[in-house]
Design a protein around this ligand. Sequence first.
Ligand code: PHB
Length: 413
Amino acid sequence: MTPRSTTVAVVGAGPAGLVLAHVLRRAGVAVTVHERLSRPALENAARAGVLEHRVVEYLRTLGLADRLTAEGERHGRCEIACLGEKVLVDYGALSGGIRHWVYPQQLLVRDLIAAYERDGGAIAFESPVEAVTLDDANRPVLHTAGGELRAEYAVGCDGAHSVVAAAFADRADGPTRRYPYDWLTVLARISRPVDKIRYAVHADGFAGMMPRTADVGRFYLEVPAGEELAAWDERRIRAELAHRLELEGSDPALGGLLETGMLRMRGRVAHRMREGRLLLAGDAAHTVTPSGAKGLNSAVADAADLAGGLIAELLGGGSARLDGYQQRRLDAAWQTQEFSDRLLDLLHLPAGLPAEQREFALRLRLQRIHRIARPGPEATEFARAYAGAGELAAAPVWPSAQAAAVASAATAR
Ligand code: PHB
């Protein structure tokens, strides 16, 4: 049964919503989690899979990374192919030991759901929030099929079409960029694991090969913006991947294609992530292209920061931390956009470049690729930003938060 009121209503049970709900609940804050999808749909949606160092360290401190670190793989090298050269970027070494973890997002989501439920939390699956309005005291009211729910705070962790963002006066509008190309996405069985991310900067368009699990890989092909998936039959996809990635006998061979899609490439950052008691985290506030694998990571980083702010606000630690949330996370969102955009610029030739000018553009790119592969300031900066050096904001432990946590654990027993 849906309670009629709560302290924090979290809309969306993706990684950001689940991490936020988890940290709040552990501190003793009353939380509800509302998810549009069914549990199987959520737990099986193949999405990202490359986790930053700092995100995994944060999850580890919460005890949420056991399976991830047991079954995931550490990756500290990628390869960028251009003009017949395969340049190895040892970003793990260049960053002084900061590496990624590869672990599919849907497995992380399953782990987070399991941990939340183990702690006594409940997630309302297949419970879309239809709208969020404000009452006379500017407190959020969530409208669901099951009735109205009043909350002290509503947090939109519900993606690019967020219902919480829709309740902002400006609908959480902000600057956007539509890139002049899209990425055709493929999830495929593979004959052996992808041992490192491979980017192919190619006269016929970018292609990428990314790790997921031992027998599944994620592939990308640059296509013209607005291209229909129907224009690409399986034979054409396979031929183009093999051609641009220059797949050889020692590379993973593609087995069955499990999923194909068309990713409309755009970047977007809202002007605001907070309006009074409405807050946004992750894709609800900003969308980044997959380039650089930052979307999932920045969503969890938003959730970590927001959890700290809400706990301080609600449990006697003051308002300063929550008041700083928007500025800190908008700054971080722009850093993320700049990184992703810079990598996209390296990986794609300018739109409409005549064939006879492509080699020149590729040679310029090869210079940049060498600069991020060769030890030096540019390589260090790239490596640290790529792998996610640094730390996420840890949740504060205020005396009253501890007391509340103890009290709620006692009630649960
Ligand atoms: C991915 O894992 O899908 C991925 C990783 C790195 C990128 C882009 C995509 O730069």
